[in-house]
Design a protein around this ligand. Structure first.
Ligand SMILES: [Fe+2]
Ligand SMILES: [Fe+2]
Length: 170
């Protein structure tokens, strides 16, 4: 059974939202590089790749349901930030926005009785719980560390040790 136009359009919009997240994290990564926080930059770059894999999940879902993928322009992400902790604060806020987008999409798919979409979106609901928690944990760590240079360097090293996600390359 094909998806109706309304659900298809909404999933296309979410593909764009995930690609914007990809772009936004990449811009955050570039800022961290600029500030010489290589560990944070690596964390953000890997996160950018993860967002790409999210967009591809929806892309593949649309194709599996005989939908049409319609790519839209990706908006320009934020270029400058107040500080490294500010970057992670912005990342947390972005994840909260994405959670709201996913919830809206889920609600709409429910009212449109798009049951396969609901099952697919459940993965995203779980993922957002994880994404928000991860970002919040890092924001808290920066709050603890404050301006202590040695602790900041440790935290940068810790974030740089994030393993490359095997699923991100899919
Ligand atoms: Fe995402
Ligand atoms: Fe995310």
């Amino acid at each position: 059974m094909m998806l109706n136009d309304k659900v298809q359009e909404a999933i296309n919009r979410q593909i764009n939202n995930e690609l914007f997240s990809m772009y936004s994290y990449l811009s955050m990564s570039a800022y961290c590089e600029h500030r010489q926080f290589r560990g944070c930059a690596r964390w953000m770059r890997l996160q950018s790749q993860e967002e790409h894999s999210h967009s591809m999940r929806l892309y593949d879902f649309l194709i599996a349901r005989q939908g049409r993928v319609k790519l839209q322009p990706i908006a320009q992400p934020q270029f400058d930030f107040a500080s490294i902790p500010d970057v992670f604060q912005k990342a947390l806020e972005q994840e909260q926005q994405v959670t709201a987008q996913i919830n809206k999409l889920y609600e709409m798919s429910f009212s449109e009785k798009a049951f396969a979409a609901l099952v697919e979106l459940e993965w995203f609901i779980n993922e957002q719980v994880e994404e928000e928690k991860t970002a919040r944990d890092i924001v808290y760590k920066f709050q603890l560390v404050k301006d202590d240079p040695a602790a900041l360097l440790d935290l940068d090293r810790e974030l740089g040790a994030r393993p490359a996600d095997a699923t991100a390359a899919e």
